[in-house]
Design a protein around this ligand. Structure first.
Ligand code: ZN
Length: 305
């Protein structure tokens, strides 16, 4: 077994992928807004004072939520796979840059299995999320219907109240998008680590905009065995709704790690491809320079065309 040397290797953190993950959040949010609109329509169609309970039943029915489930499964799969790919490049670069005789070991890593894991996870996760949403939505709709029946208002008032409320709102879509992109990327990372066999511990890293989060700030740079808790009940990001934290692996490397060592022939031609198939996102050093220039709120500006 290789000796683990914590802090020996500066591995990329989630914030290096901040820009493309932000684009992934935007894309998921937009798709969810549209899907939620469809679900709201499906839930309310043909409802009258006599059949008001139909809306509650439909809100609880998973079939009604299929558009949301499909959107989640497709997006989370793509992000979890990107999380696995990001790690693959990190690990190959680090390990092969350190000790060439490890290439035999890495040749045996089942990266395809990490992708299969990511796909299976995304589908299961989308199903679980939609189950939760259906469960949380039905009682809220029931409450609105009960109020509406008591008040004797026209049907469009109920429809408006349901559509203008939080249940099917853009605000809810945004919260889900940010939280679930964080989860999918971290899950993808962990699945690839697990398949690599060279990672047994990982480090929590807050994103730039979470450095002051009261929940996440104390977790920053904390290292635990994969699967163990960083804090009570928290084994991986997200730690809360809209959390943008990430993980970085503590890789088993030998003492002679030298980032300047050239990659073996062939590997240098396999750069990280990422979500959009573009060049790697900016490095931490680049981001720190951008923060100095534009401030913590607007640092991403430096990387926009
Ligand atoms: Zn966080």
């Amino acid at each position: 077994m290789i000796t683990f040397k914590a802090d020996a290797t500066p591995m990329p953190e989630r914030r290096q992928y901040a820009d493309e993950l932000e684009r992934a959040e935007d894309a998921l949010e937009a798709a969810l807004v549209a899907a939620l609109r469809t679900v709201a329509r499906r839930t309310l169609v043909g409802v009258s004072a006599e059949t008001a309970d139909m809306a509650r039943a439909r809100a609880a029915d998973l079939a009604t939520w299929q558009p949301v489930r499909d959107v989640l499964a497709a997006h989370l799969q793509r992000i979890a796979e990107a999380g696995a790919d990001a790690v693959r490049t990190d690990i190959e670069r680090t390990m092969l840059g350190v000790k060439r005789d490890m290439s035999a070991l890495l040749g045996g890593i089942a990266w395809d299995l990490a992708h299969a894991d990511a796909i299976a996870w995304a589908i299961a996760s989308a199903g679980a999320l939609v189950g939760e949403m259906a469960m949380n939505t039905a009682p809220r709709i029931q409450l609105l219907i009960a109020e509406w029946l008591t008040n004797g208002e026209p049907l469009y008032v109920l429809a408006e109240r349901i559509q203008d409320g939080y249940i099917y709102s853009a605000e809810r879509a945004r919260a889900i998008a940010v939280t679930e992109v964080t989860r999918a990327f971290a899950e993808g990372n962990m699945m690839a680590w697990s398949r690599s066999g060279v990672v047994d511990r990982h480090r929590w890293s807050t994103s730039v905009d979470e450095l002051v989060c009261p929940i996440c700030a104390p977790l920053h740079n904390k290292i635990v065995v994969v699967g163990a808790e960083f804090a009570l009940g928290i084994t991986s990001p997200p730690a809360h709704t809209r959390c943008r934290c990430g993980l970085s692996p503590v890789v088993a490397v030998a003492d002679e790690y030298d980032p300047a060592v050239d990659l073996p022939v062939g590997l240098e031609n396999q750069p990280y491809v990422g979500l959009a198939g573009k060049a790697p996102p900016p490095s931490v050093a680049d981001i720190e320079r951008a923060i100095a220039q534009h401030g913590r709120q607007n640092w991403r500006r430096a990387f926009r065309p």
